[in-house]
Design a protein around this ligand. Structure first.
Ligand SMILES: Cc1ncc(COP(=O)(O)O)c(C=O)c1O
Length: 362
């Protein structure tokens, strides 16, 4: 698919936008349907564009509109640093300070996972001062899957908007963003979606917002496609999530993204979840036998493919596993994050991992 696009570029140059069945002008539209299936969003609520932090900034510009009374943003204590930078600067752009505006849900004691009761209690306590909640679908350190629907309900009850960073959730856990009334979400495609390094990000914006005259950042690719090349000085936003597109996208990145999404179209997230349960349960059993402490909540509805384990010698283990071709990720010196990808990981690989871990812990 990459070759196809490079050949098109060689033979047509700019005309490749129109004179091919894979016309670049509308190429991004092909991602909507498969992405919509993965997150439970309607096709017009979804767009593939930019990268995660860029999209988060775009969405915050639109959805964080602080007033004198309602100006706080609620996040969790160990949110991904890039998300924090985006939020902090957005707050400053409004002439406010991070200290007065950003509230944190504290990291769960004894690494037991965030409890919904504490999240709800915090939301209720902030009440009318709360403008926005931004939480992960799956927390990147402990792999915990957040109860999205209950959080949205709770946020909406106090009049706040609710958005999610789905970097570690998309392609991993089952979601119904439209039905759950999530206001907005963003993600990257280079984790479970396998679209290649730096692959395109994506957004979901609930249709409740799309027809409105939203304050937003803009560019020609978010303009009505029929008017896009007329170069008129009036922004007519597309009536779907594409209105947040600014630039013409990298077709090479989208081609790889399309190829990766086609793999998901051959199966369902439900079937992938079934296989993930089998694989992760095998790993959990092995960790228990080796007396390895798992910080991911082990109940199946509170996690996906990621298991995070705590080891005193995590740095050495990480290095040794890498030397043997087992790639995992080191966090905070003593946490190893392991993702068991149901699309291609096999029980034999888990057995191998457990065998290596046992040797390394002797
Ligand atoms: C949870 C989370 N948020 C944000 C990002 C930043 O992504 P990007 O570099 O695509 O902006 C990442 C990247 O790994 C992430 O894991």
């Amino acid at each position: 698919m990459l070759d196809r696009e490079l050949n098109q570029w060689a033979s047509s140059g700019v005309e490749g936008h129109f004179d091919t069945e894979n016309a670049w002008y509308t190429y991004h539209e092909r991602m909507r349907e498969p992405l919509g299936k993965l997150i439970g969003g309607k096709t017009h609520e979804v767009a593939a564009l930019n990268s995660l932090t860029v999209n988060l900034n775009l969405l915050l510009t639109t959805f964080y509109r602080p007033t004198k009374r309602r100006y706080k943003i609620l996040v969790e204590e160990h949110l991904f640093a890039s998300d924090y930078y985006a939020i902090e600067q957005q707050v400053k752009l409004h002439g406010l300070s991070a200290k007065e505006c950003i509230e944190f849900i504290p990291w769960p004691k004894e690494n037991k996972g965030f409890s919904l009761e504490i999240i709800k209690h915090t939301i209720d306590k902030l009440g009318e001062s709360l403008a926005l909640i931004l939480l992960p679908g799956v927390q990147y350190i402990n792999g915990q899957c957040f109860p999205i629907q209950a959080i949205v309900e709770s946020g909406h009850n106090v009049g706040a908007l609710v958005g999610f960073d789905l970097a570690h959730a998309i392609g991993n856990v089952d979601m119904k963003l439209h039905e759950w009334q999530v206001d907005f979400a963003c993600w990257c495609s280079y984790k479970y979606l396998n679209s290649g390094p730096g692959g395109p990000g994506g957004i979901f914006v609930h249709e409740n917002h799309l027809s409105k005259d939203l304050p937003q950042m803009a560019g020609w690719w978010g303009n009505d496609p029929d008017e896009r090349f007329t170069m008129e000085k009036a922004f007519i936003p597309v009536s779907n999530a594409d209105r947040f597109q600014m630039s013409n996208p990298s077709i090479l990145a989208l081609a790889a993204h399309e190829a990766a999404l086609a793999e998901f179209d051959k199966t369902t997230i439900r079937d992938l979840r079934k296989e993930a349960k089998r694989l992760t349960n095998l790993a959990l059993k092995g960790f228990e036998n080796l007396d390895i402490h798992v910080i991911t909540p082990i109940e199946w509805n509170r996690r996906g493919n990621q298991l995070s384990i705590e080891l005193n010698n995590a740095m050495e283990v990480h290095k040794a596993l890498r030397e043997e071709g087992i790639v995992c990720d080191l966090r905070d010196k003593n946490i190893l994050r392991l993702a068991f990808c149901p699309m291609y990981n096999k029980p034999e690989e888990i057995a191998l991992l457990l065998e290596r871990l046992e040797n390394l812990m002797k």
